[in-house]
Design a binder for this molecule. Structure first.
Ligand SMILES: *[C@@H]1O[C@H](CO)[C@@H](O)[C@H](O)[C@H]1NC(C)=O
Ligand SMILES: *[C@@H]1O[C@H](CO)[C@@H](O)[C@H](O)[C@H]1NC(C)=O
Ligand SMILES: *[C@@H]1O[C@H](CO)[C@@H](O)[C@H](O)[C@H]1NC(C)=O
Ligand SMILES: *[C@@H]1O[C@H](CO)[C@@H](O)[C@H](O)[C@H]1NC(C)=O
Ligand SMILES: CC(=O)N[C@H]1CO[C@H](CO)[C@@H](O)[C@@H]1O
Length: 902
């Protein structure tokens, strides 16, 4: 009865919408509710279009094939909506068998398959649904085969366990046991609702559908998404690690089956599907999500938030907190594939220095190698590289070398140790026979084999080689590329056997609908199991051992930049958004990628500034330098054969603007570094969307053209060619123009306003209520780290603000864990600034000082100022009508300050 009533209300809702737009059909796809109209018009008796779940997810659907599987066939004008879909009385799915059985941390129940019909064969029955109340804000629920161990991702997410009463969620079956739901206790909002009739669990096809409480859904990766907030228009995204330049809808380098959803009342929750098999997800207008994977189990984790920031804190608590990057790695970085010689590299570095452009790190892409062989360098074209690296180090710079995962097997025996040693140790991914190495083709000459990083012996082998290579090139970090793993063939030699592992009955919506294209055959053997299961874990399994060896080799904090990532990669690695194109679209979409990786727990993220593929243009590259100056990982990188695009190559004006923008980045690095500290310790995001901070303002939900550093600093870049202004949305807060300190007019709040942005400028705003530490910039962080600090105090409407500063030596291992750091808390209230030292464990902080304090948003010029009780001479401060006060002081960083303004 309850259910019927609900249906009636829903239908009634449809008709309302239908009435409002029945003669404006073109508008309908934009209005989720309208989709209901097709129900009556085209397919009497069938489920509403927006509720359709694809019954023929593989290509080649036809009425015949559809009806043969007991599904409904009906065309529709709604783009992407399936024409073959499950009827209301679906002949598939499971039903509850028996009672709920209590377990240690929750309960479990057995489900039986309802009927004998099968979509892809080999259905498993019974299966078990098990709920585990891990913490009060984290629920795990999984569906598995009680009679056979299936592949599970080797990432243990455990919780102490709480009672059902303690949990902030409620997990239950609907009265008639046809649905399984999770509710937020405090509001009753249904966060998860899966009808058991829509559940599939066969050997190579698992599918589950859930409704979501709103269309504000974010996440899933790695893809190039057209918008940060998803279009719930039956878009399907495949996930399977692939060497694939960012293209709409393509599955890219990494796999992150994680989403966040903002509920209608602005609470947020997150959901992880911990599964590494090839998979896809369909986002439907109901709104609902349909997950399909071709192996493993359904292992879901739900994070209750309730704020977006809480969701990510809880998520990273489960999968591993992001690592703490070295301070120098927050400096600007330069790279290109195809310098071709040390001379060209030197010319580039020289012109960067000639223009005094802030610049900390130089990368070496594969052209530094001899014939693209790992663990070598080109002694002809790059003769003198080891010495040159030392020269750069003396200037306070750092360097990163690239290493690829494939190793040629075709050098003269005894001349190439990486192969000989690896062969001896048996470290490669093997063919399906489990003993002969899989042989493919990649950058090195001849044919290549692929290290299996899930194998502890491979880790030994890799560690030894990386340690030895440190004596050849004195690297500060390692960039691991091509680790999807990429192979230039379709599977290894001699091609993939025709079997169910290589050609499963359902291949998710991934490029080429092939599991072996550009990589190895799924039936290859790795230590942890078949490549079929472990493929998308390749880069992930390479990241931790590389992190460990970089630490060991350098004795310092590790820098590892990985192209392929998986759930939890942020604990040891950074990521860049891959081989993007020098196009305005890519500039715009880089913001989306950066926001998403902050949700994935990989906050140290950036896109290739100026674009990787194709030649850039002056204006695109300049706008990209401006935006990229605010990527957490800020690197300009370029592909072979393209015209040069470092910020010093375009002449004086370009260099001057790039320099000025990077100097802003450098002056705010203490703030950025403090955000990384928060991220490492509490799991906070570093870069945030406006939605993340102003969740209750619905208008922010779709904004992805501007973003924030932490809660307080808004970056609103120019993203269009020829544009000399930006339309900026100002959520409800006080905002100050970074350049002038002027307060954004109140009338602009909760609205878009046009802000001027000549070629020389990227609009930047500070949010009232926050205190940002800054430091006089320099051309390297090695130098800037010695400079005086300042504080920017941006007041909120009540005249208050707060903030903090984390500081340490910038590159020692585990300074936080060892308490070798300095942490100060700042509060401004009632005309009084207090600095409170929470930790004073870094002796290097003793020689540092503050030299100025800037306050934005003061209502009146103060008559007098005292510092720790002593009055400050009027000359030391200046006040502008805008409400900006600048105070010059000289006070040690490690002394607590109490500054009063009267
Ligand atoms: C791969 O084969 C080698 C022998 O060539 C063997 O030593 C190694 O254990 C195998 N590894 C796996 C994961 O099958
Ligand atoms: C890009 O620039 C390079 C060097 O300036 C030039 O050789 C090449 O032809 C250009 N490529 C395209 C596609 O225009
Ligand atoms: C937003 O700005 C537009 C144009 O400037 C104006 O017409 C509109 O009234 C503003 N809306 C609000 C809510 O202030
Ligand atoms: C205040 O000091 C900081 C850090 O020393 C510096 O970057 C900034 O330019 C100074 N501001 C003013 C207004 O002097
Ligand atoms: C400019 C840019 O970075 N665009 C895309 C690059 O690729 C990533 C995925 O790897 C996308 O998320 C970016 O939007």
């Amino acid at each position: 009865m309850k259910n019927k009533l609900k249906k009636f209300v829903l239908l009634w809702g449809f008709f309302n919408v239908v009435l409002c737009c029945s003669d404006c059909f073109s508008l309908c796809p934009a209005l989720g509710g309208c989709l209901g109209s097709s129900r009556d018009a085209q397919c009497p008796g069938a489920v509403a279009v927006k509720k359709r779940i694809d019954c023929h997810p593989q290509p080649g659907a036809s009425q015949e094939a559809c009806e043969a599987r007991g599904c409904t066939w009906c065309s529709t004008d709604v783009p992407n909506a399936p024409w073959c879909f499950f009827p209301e009385d679906s002949p598939y799915g499971y039903s509850r068998a028996g009672n709920i059985e209590k377990t240690d941390k929750g309960w479990r129940v057995t489900l039986n398959k309802r009927q004998s019909l099968s979509l892809f064969g080999n259905d498993i029955s019974p299966i078990v649904l098990e709920a585990e109340f891990q913490t009060k804000d984290r629920l795990r629920f999984r569906l598995y085969d009680p009679n056979k161990q299936r592949f599970e991702v080797p990432l243990k997410i455990e919780g102490p366990g709480v009672t059902a009463e303690e949990a902030n969620y409620e997990v239950e079956f609907s009265e008639d046991s046809t649905h399984f739901t999770v509710k937020r206790k405090s509001t009753g909002t249904v966060l998860w609702d899966s009808p058991l009739v829509d559940l599939f669990f066969s050997n190579q096809f698992l599918q589950i559908t859930t409704t979501v409480p709103s269309t504000s859904v974010y996440g899933f990766g790695e893809h190039e998404h057209p918008t940060f907030k998803h279009n719930m228009d039956f878009s399907t995204y495949g996930m399977y690690a692939r060497d694939q330049a960012p293209t709409s809808f393509a599955n890219l380098y990494g796999v992150h089956p994680f989403y966040m959803c903002v509920e209608p009342d602005s609470n947020a929750h997150g959901v992880l599907l911990l599964n590494s098999n090839a998979q896809d997800v369909t986002l439907s207008p109901n709104p609902s999500l349909t997950f399909r994977t071709i192996g493993g189990i359904f292992d879901f984790y739900l994070f209750l938030g309730p704020t977006p920031e809480n969701v990510i804190q809880q998520y990273t608590e489960a999968i591993g907190r992001p690592h703490m990057p070295a301070y120098w790695s927050l400096g600007f970085q330069l790279s290109r594939w195809g310098y071709g010689s040390l001379d060209v590299l030197k010319q580039t570095v020289d012109r960067m220095h000639r223009y005094d452009i802030p610049y900390d790190v130089q990368h070496l892409d594969i052209d530094y190698m001899e014939r693209r062989l790992d663990f070598t360098y080109d002694k002809v074209n790059f003769a003198g590289l080891p010495e040159y690296i030392q020269e750069l180090k003396k200037k306070g710079m750092h360097n990163i070398v690239i290493l690829d995962p494939f190793i040629t097997k075709d050098e003269e025996p005894g001349t190439y140790k990486p192969y000989d040693l690896g062969q001896e140790m048996g470290v490669w991914v093997n063919n399906s026979d489990g003993v002969t190495p899989a042989v493919g083709q990649a950058w090195p000459p001849g044919d290549s084999v692929f290290p299996d990083y899930t194998n502890p012996r491979t880790v030994e082998w890799w560690t030894q080689l990386c340690l030895e290579f440190k004596d050849v090139l004195d690297y500060d970090g390692i960039w691991i590329d091509m680790n999807e793993p990429s192979n230039f063939l379709r599977g290894q030699y001699p091609g993939c056997a025709d079997n169910e592992i290589n050609n499963p009955p359902y291949i998710p919506s991934i490029s080429d609908r092939s599991l072996s294209q550009k990589t190895l055959c799924p039936d290859s053997k790795t230590y942890l199991g078949e490549h079929y299961n472990t493929h998308s874990l390749f880069g992930w399994s390479q990241t931790e051992p590389t992190f460990n060896v970089v630490q060991q080799a350098t004795g310092k904090r590790a820098f590892v930049l990985s192209r392929s990532t998986f759930v939890g990669s942020g604990k040891h690695g950074a990521h860049w958004l891959g081989d993007n194109f020098s196009q305005w679209k890519d500039l715009r979409r880089s913001i989306i990628g950066i926001l998403e990786f902050n949700l994935f727990g990989i906050p140290y993220i950036g896109a290739d500034i100026c674009g990787f593929n194709y030649n850039t243009t002056y204006e695109l590259c300049l706008r990209w330098m401006q935006l990229g100056s605010f990527y957490p990982f800020s690197r300009n990188h370029n592909a072979e054969g393209n015209s040069e695009q470092d910020p010093a190559v375009f002449g004086d004006e370009f260099a001057r603007i790039s320099r000025a923008t990077l100097l802003i980045r450098y002056s705010l690095l203490p703030y950025l570094y403090t955000l990384f500290y928060e991220s490492h310790v509490h799991g906070n995001t570093v870069v945030r969307s406006l939605m993340h901070e102003f969740t209750s303002d619905q208008q922010t939900h779709g904004i992805d053209t501007a973003f924030l550093w932490g809660p307080a600093f808004m970056i609103a870049p120019v993203l269009d060619e020829g544009a000399r202004s930006v339309d900026v949305y100002f959520p409800d807060a006080e905002w100050f123009d970074y350049y002038t300190g002027l307060k954004v007019p109140s009338a602009w709040k909760k609205n878009y306003s046009t802000v001027s942005a000549p070629l020389s400028k990227i609009p930047l705003f500070i949010r009232g209520g926050y205190i940002l530490p800054e430091q006089a910039p320099a051309t390297t962080t090695t130098k800037s780290r010695l400079n005086p600090f300042g504080l920017i105090i941006a007041l909120d409407e009540q005249g208050e603000a707060s903030g903090s500063l984390f500081w340490d030596d910038g590159d020692s291992i585990d300074t936080i864990e060892n308490e070798n750091y300095f942490l100060a808390k700042y509060t401004f209230s009632k005309g009084n600034l207090k600095t409170e030292i929470l930790k004073n464990g870094y002796p290097g902080a003793d020689t540092l000082k503050y030299n100025n304090i800037t306050i934005l948003g003061l209502k009146l010029r103060p008559q007098a100022v005292t510092l720790n009780g002593r009055s400050i001479h009027g000359d030391a401060f200046s006040f502008e009508m805008s409400g900006k006060l600048t105070l010059r002081i000289s006070a040690p960083l490690t002394q607590e300050l109490n500054i009063k303004f009267y």
